[in-house]
Ligand binder design. Structure first.
Ligand code: DC
Length: 223
C-alpha cells in the first residue's frame, strides 16, 4: 500500500512550497492538483469557453487530455501533448481554474487522475479537497492556512519576483474572491477535514512549517 500525505488550504498558504520540500525529504512524489485545474481552465479559455458556461465545460472536458510527467523531480503538466507549465501560473489562470473547479464533470475527471497517481506511488498531494474527498484515507492530513494579508503579500512578492507588475490590493482582492469561490462551491468545497491538523503559517518560516509537518508524520498524523 502506498503512503499519502494530503495538504489542503486556501490560495497562497504556501502549500506547494511546503509540499515540494516534504516530498523531497520523504522521497515521495509531489502532486500539485491545482495545476491540473489550471490546465483545464487554460484549455477552456483557449477555446473561448466562459467561466460560467458549465454546459460547454461538461461537454468538452473530455477533449482535454491532461497528463502529469516529471522532469528532474519537477511536475510538468501536459495538455493534449503540450507542456503548459509555463502558461498556467498567472492570476488569471488561477481564477479560471477556480471557476471550472465548480463543475462536477471536470472534478470527476481530475479526481480520477489524482487517485490513480496516489495508488501507484507514495505522494505528497496538495489541493483543496485532498483530505476530504480525493484521499479520505490519507495517512497524514494537513490544513495549511495563513491570514489573507500574509497570503496576499507572499503572492505579491512571488509575482513581482517573476517580473509581473501588479498591485498588492488587486492580489488581495483576487485571493479573497478565489477563497470565497473555493469554499462555497457545491461539490467538494475547500474545508478542513475532521481528521486534518491545522497549521497556520502566518508567523512561521518555511523551515518551521516543514519541521512541524515532519513531526506530525513521525507521530502518524496525530497532533
Ligand atoms: O492550488 P492552485 O492555486 O494552483 O489551484 C487553482 C484552483 O484550482 C483553486 O483555486 C481551486 C482549484 N482546485 C480545486 O478545486 N481542487 C484542488 N484539489 C486543487 C485546486
Amino acid at each position: 500500500m502506498s503512503i499519502s500525505v494530503a495538504i489542503d488550504g486556501p490560495a497562497g498558504a504556501g502549500k506547494s512550497t511546503i509540499a515540494k520540500i516534504l516530498a523531497k525529504k520523504l522521497g515521495f512524489v509531489y502532486v500539485d492538483t491545482g495545476a491540473m485545474y489550471r490546465a483545464m481552465g487554460y484549455y477552456f479559455s483557449r477555446n473561448g469557453i466562459d467561466k460560467d458556461d458549465f454546459a460547454s465545460m461538461s461537454a468538452r472536458c473530455e477533449e482535454a487530455d491532461i497528463e502529469i510527467r516529471y522532469a528532474e523531480g519537477e511536475q510538468q503538466v501536459f495538455l493534449n501533448g503540450e507542456n503548459v507549465n509555463g502558461k498556467i501560473r498567472t492570476e488569471e489562470a488561477g481564477l479560471m481554474a477556480s471557476a471550472c473547479a465548480r463543475n462536477g464533470d471536470v472534478r470527476e475527471k481530475l479526481v480520477e487522475l489524482q487517485r490513480a497517481l496516489a495508488k501507484k506511488t507514495d505522494v505528497v498531494m496538495d489541493g483543496r479537497d485532498i483530505g476530504t474527498n480525493v484521499l479520505p484515507g490519507a495517512d497524514v492530513k494537513v490544513y495549511l492556512t495563513a491570514s489573507v494579508q500574509t497570503r496576499a503579500k507572499r503572492r505579491f512578492e512571488e509575482l513581482r519576483g517573476k517580473g509581473v507588475s501588479c498591485l498588492m490590493a488587486e492580489v488581495e482582492k483576487d485571493i479573497i474572491a478565489r477563497d470565497r469561490q473555493d469554499m462555497n462551491r457545491e461539490i467538494a468545497p475547500l474545508k478542513q477535514a475532521e481528521d486534518a491538523v491545522l497549521v497556520d503559517s502566518s508567523d512561521l518560516t518555511i523551515e518551521e512549517v516543514v519541521e512541524k509537518i515532519c513531526r506530525l508524520i513521525d507521530k502518524g498524523g496525530k497532533n
